[in-house]
Ligand binder design. Structure first.
Ligand code: NAG
Ligand code: NAG
Ligand code: NAG
Ligand code: NAG
Ligand code: NAG
Length: 274
C-alpha cells in the first residue's frame, strides 16, 4: 500500500481525520479571505446540473468564507435563480458554444486563464475549478486550501503509476512514460492561488494547442495535460478521494466522509420530469 497521508515531496493529503478543524477555523477567522470557484455550465449540463451544484455549494462549500462562484455559460437565459447565503455570490459570464464536450473541457483552460487575468486575480485569495456534474454532500472547507491543489482520482488512488491512464504517446505534450508519475489526478477539481491556477491553465492550454497543431488529442483530453502539469510541478496540497468521489459502487473503508460526489446523475431531470 502507498502512504496516502503525505507525498514523497511532503505535500499533505487531506482526509476527514487529517486536520484539526477548530485550529484551522481560528486561523482563517482573522484572515478575511475570499475563495473563488469556476464552473462551466453549457448545453444540457446547464439545466441538468447547475441548480443542484449551486444549492449544494451554498450549503457545504467554504460556508464561513466569502465565496464568489464564477459561472461560465453558453446560455444566460437558462441560469436558474437560486438565492445564496450572505457570504456567497455568483457572477455569470457568457462563453462561446463548442460542438464537442472534449472541446468544452479543453477550452475551459483557456477561458479560466483569461478570466483570472481580467478580474479573478483581484477578487479572490484562492480559486477552485470544478466540473458542474457534481454535488456537495458534506462540509468542504478551508482544510482543502493551498498554493496548488490537486485531487486524487477515486478510481486510481490505490494503484501504482504504470496502471494510470496517462497519455503514453511521446508525440503528445501530455506524455508521461511508463516507470514515471506520482498519482492520477482528477480534472473535476483543481485549484490554488490565482497566480498558481493561472500557471496551471496556461500550461495545459499550451499543451492542448500544440497537440492540436499536430492533430493529436490526448487520451483523457484536458485531464491528461493537467496530470502532466502536476507531474512536472508537484502540487503543494492534495485532496483525498473523499473530496471527489467518483465511484458509485461500494465504499472502501478508508472513505468515511464523502464531501463531493462526481458524475452525480440528476435522474429527476434526465427522466424528463422537468
Ligand atoms: C505515512 O507517512 C507519515 C508521515 O511520514 C507517517 O506519520 C505515517 O505513519 C505513514 N503511514 C503509513 C501507513 O505508513
Ligand atoms: C475583507 O475583505 C473584503 C474584500 O476583499 C473587504 O471589502 C473588507 O473591507 C475586508 N474586511 C476587513 C475587516 O478587513
Ligand atoms: C437559450 O435558452 C432559451 C430558453 O430556454 C432558448 O429559448 C434559446 O433558444 C437558447 N439559446 C441558445 C443559443 O441555445
Ligand atoms: C503516437 O501517435 C502518432 C500520431 O497520432 C501515431 O502515428 C503513433 O503510431 C503513435 N504511437 C504509438 C506508440 O501509439
Ligand atoms: C498545504 O500544504 C502545505 C505544505 O505543502 C502545508 O504547510 C499547509 O498546511 C497545507 N494547507 C492546509 C490547509 O493543510
Amino acid at each position: 500500500m502507498r502512504n496516502l497521508s503525505i507525498t514523497e515531496w511532503a505535500a499533505p493529503i487531506v482526509w476527514h481525520d487529517s486536520y484539526d478543524q477548530s485550529v484551522l477555523e481560528k486561523y482563517y477567522a482573522h484572515r478575511n479571505i475570499t475563495v473563488g470557484l469556476t464552473v462551466f455550465a453549457v448545453g444540457r449540463y446547464l439545466q441538468y446540473y447547475l441548480g443542484r451544484f449551486l444549492l449544494s455549494a451554498d450549503k457545504f462549500f467554504m460556508t464561513d468564507q466569502r465565496v464568489i462562484i464564477y459561472i461560465m455559460t453558453d446560455n444566460f437565459s437558462r441560469i436558474p435563480w437560486v438565492s445564496l447565503n450572505r457570504h456567497h455570490t455568483f457572477k455569470v459570464f457568457q462563453i462561446k458554444q463548442e460542438k464537442r464536450w472534449q472541446d468544452v473541457s479543453m477550452m475551459r483552460m483557456k477561458t479560466i486563464g483569461e478570466h483570472i487575468v481580467d478580474h479573478i486575480q483581484h477578487e479572490v485569495d484562492f480559486l477552485f475549478c470544478m466540473d458542474v456534474d457534481q454535488v456537495f454532500r458534506n462540509r468542504y472547507g478551508v482544510e482543502t486550501l493551498g498554493e496548488s491543489v490537486a485531487q486524487l482520482h477515486s478510481f486510481w488512488y490505490q494503484e501504482y503509476p504504470d496502471l494510470f491512464p496517462y497519455e503514453r504517446n511521446a508525440s503528445s505534450e501530455a506524455d508521461i512514460p511508463r516507470g514515471q508519475g506520482d498519482f492520477y489526478y482528477h480534472a473535476a477539481v483543481f485549484g490554488g492561488t490565482p497566480a498558481q491556477v493561472l500557471r496551471i491553465v496556461r500550461e495545459c492550454a499550451k499543451g492542448i494547442m500544440n497537440d492540436k497543431k499536430n492533430n493529436f488529442e490526448a487520451v483523457r483530453h484536458d485531464e491528461s495535460h493537467l496530470n502532466k502539469y502536476f507531474f512536472l510541478h508537484k502540487p503543494t496540497n492534495i485532496s483525498s478521494p473523499e473530496y471527489c468521489r467518483a465511484s458509485p459502487l461500494g465504499r472502501p473503508s478508508c472513505i468515511k466522509s464523502v464531501r463531493l460526489s462526481w458524475n452525480f446523475k440528476n435522474y429527476e431531470l434526465l427522466r424528463g420530469k422537468q
